[in-house]
Every structure is written in C-alpha cells, then in structure tokens.
Design a protein around this ligand. Structure first.
Ligand code: SF4
Ligand code: SF4
Ligand code: FES
Length: 353
C-alpha cells in the first residue's frame, strides 16, 4: 500500500471494477474488482499503476507522460472517456457513490455482476475502437482518419525565402490556438454518437485538426481541405450533440470548432446536399418536438443508412431517441417563435422535408 504524502489527509479507499479482456485466453470480456487504498490526491492512473505493480501484473493499459500531454492514457471512467492521469480518484469515487445512492433510492437492484456491486468505479477501454487487451485499444482507424485530413502545413506559394520564417499576427494565432491544444487522446472520438452510428464518419479529432489547418494563414489549401470534408462521412455527419466538447480533457470547444469549419465550407460554396437536408431536419425537429432530434438529423444527413438500428447499444439508442431528456412543456410557443422567424403568414412547419 503506498504511503500517504500528507499524514494529516486521509487516504482514498476505492473499489475499481476494471473491464478485462485477454484474447489469448479465448475468454469473453469480464469485469474484475480490485479494492485499493491510495494517498489523497491520487489520480486514476496512479491507482491503475498501483494495481499493476502490487496486485495484478497482468493488467494492461497505456500511459506515458502522466501530465495530460501525450494523450495515451485515454479510457472510459464511470462511462465517460477521460485521461486517467488528470482524473482525480476522489472525484470518480464520489461519482460512483452518487450512482449507488440513486440506485438505492430507486430500489433498483443494479447490475448482476458482483464486480460492479456498490460504489465501484468502472474503468473500461475507449469506445468506437476494437480492444486489443484490457484497457488497450487498437487505434489504427483513428490514426488513419487523422492522416486523411493531412494535418500538416501545405502551401503552393513560390516564395523566394522558402526556408524563412512565416510570421503571423497574435490575432491570427489566436484563431487557431484552440486547435493546437489537442493531444489526440481520442476521448471525443470514443464517445462520439455519430461515429458509433456510422463508423466511417471521420470523427471530431480529425475535424479539429482540419479546422486548425484550414484557418492557418500560412496554409493555402483550405478550399481543398474543406472540399475533401464536405462529402460523405465528412463534417456534415456531425449531429451537434456536443458530447465531444463535454469530453475533451484539454477543454477544447470541439463542436464549436467543427461549426466554424462548416461555416468556412459554406463561405467557400461547399454546402452539400447532406448539409441542406441536415439544416431542414434541424428546423423541422425543433418545430415538431421542441428540441433537436439527433435521430432525424443523422438519418437526414445520411449518417445512418437505413435508419437507426435497434441493434445499437441501448444507451446510444436511448440518446438518439431523445428518451433521456425532459419533455418540452410548450411546443406551440416554439412553433410560434419559429413561425415569426420565417416571416408573416408562416404556419411553422412548412418547408419541412
Ligand atoms: S457534436 Fe458531432 S463530432 Fe461531437 S460528439 Fe456529437 S456527433 Fe460527434
Ligand atoms: S479534441 Fe480533445 S478529446 Fe479530442 S482528441 Fe483532442 S484533446 Fe482529446
Ligand atoms: S499519461 Fe500522458 S496523457 Fe495521461
């Protein structure tokens, strides 16, 4: 057991339920429970390292810098993709306790699996990618998608001083500064609903990279970059769910950057049929139900061919149906506002696809 750094601060006691999978054993993935005690201030990564070093050396996970810089320790903790090295153990233990208390108040039995009983912190591999072993995922497709947006400066300028500095103003730098902070951890990609529904969708990480280069004044390939992403599986398949923004451990406003990429594509005249259908579905969905209907958006944009399958994982299907949200109490008011925005004589829903 590691010693507490400050003897005055009590240690953190935690039950970790870790998703284990070893293809060489030919087993199904399973949950395994570890009861540990760590010094106050420990991160989830330090807890995993403790388990690996002192309890179970067979546990596999990625990590390197331990400072939220290399992006290698991405994993799902209590159902959300995060970096283990900048996630406090105390915080996720408190989350697990609140979840257990809610279950207890609702008198639900919870999971049958004994490893998940009580207030166990659940640790799983990132989503939207195959698992190699335990918490280690195969990120090949993720990297291929990233490479597909050509994330490097390109300029066809014939400059006399080709090796000289290419200066930019502080304002020009500020425009792309957010995009520079991405550590390619895959947390946004892991929990992106559009990738889950349509695995060919390029995904939020690649779109953030595309934003960073499309808006860089030293790059003159913005139109081609945008053209490449305006087609099938590109930027228009994003459903505006904002999960990527919520997940980003570097606090990038991921969805907002994707929106700015789309704005530039529209300025360049690259608004595809899918984008028009999406915009129409966006308005029609709000008028019909008072809220954004991600299911319709994905279908209208062609992101989910053949509609949303009942075979999707239950939480995703639930979210796509909007079932987890509060109903809007006054949809008529929403329709009246939409009608006013459309102009005199509007009944609200005309023009809906
Ligand atoms: S906002 Fe778009 S890119 Fe971000 S998680 Fe949702 S669907 Fe994916
Ligand atoms: S945008 Fe944020 S969550 Fe997505 S890969 Fe980059 S750092 Fe990770
Ligand atoms: S170990 Fe590098 S980001 Fe966590």
């Amino acid at each position: 057991m590691p010693a507490a750094d400050d003897p005055g601060v009590p240690p953190v006691t935690a039950a970790l339920a870790i998703r284990r999978y070893d293809p060489e054993l030919g087993d199904e993935a399973r949950w395994q429970r570890y009861e540990i005690e760590m010094p106050a201030g420990s991160t989830v990564l330090e807890a995993l390292m403790y388990v690996q070093e002192h309890v179970d050396g067979s546990l596999a996970f990625r990590r390197s810098c331990r400072h939220a810089i290399c992006g290698s320790c991405g994993m799902r903790i209590n159902g959300c993709a995060r970096l283990a090295c900048n996630t406090q153990l105390t915080a996720v233990v408190a989350e697990a306790e609140r979840r257990a208390a809610r279950r207890s108040a609702a008198a639900t039995s919870g999971d049958d699996d004994a490893a998940l009983a009580g207030a166990a912190v659940r640790i799983e591999p990132l989503g939207n990618m195959p698992v190699i072993r335990d918490l280690v995922t195969d990120m090949t497709v993720f990297w291929e998608k990233l490479r597909s947006v050509q994330p490097w400066l390109q300029s066809l300028d014939d400059r006399a001083d080709a090796d000289g500095e290419r200066l930019m103003t502080p304002h020009q730098y500020a425009v792309i500064a957010q995009g520079l902070l991405c550590v390619e951890c895959g947390a946004c990609y892991s929990d992106c609903i559009a990738v889950e529904a349509a695995p060919e969708f390029v995904g939020p990480t690649s779109l953030v990279k595309a934003y960073r280069y499309a808006y860089d004044v030293r790059d003159d390939q913005a139109h081609r970059r945008l053209h490449d992403l305006a087609g099938e599986h590109g930027m228009w398949e994003c459903t505006h769910c904002y999960v990527c923004t919520q997940r980003c451990p570097k606090h990038l406003r991921v969805r907002e950057l994707i929106g700015r990429l789309s704005e530039l594509a529209q300025v360049e005249g690259l608004c595809s049929d899918a984008a028009v259908k999406r915009s129409q579905a966006f308005v029609a969905g709000i008028e019909q139900s008072g809220r954004v209907d991600e299911r319709t958006l994905a279908e209208k944009a062609g992101a989910v061919r053949g509609g949303v399958s009942a075979a999707l994982p239950a939480p995703v299907s639930e979210m796509l149906r909007g079932g987890a949200r509060e109903p809007i109490s006054d949809v008529d008011l929403v329709r009246r506002v939409a009608g006013r925005l459309r102009g005199p004589g509007s009944t609200g829903a005309e023009g809906a696809p």
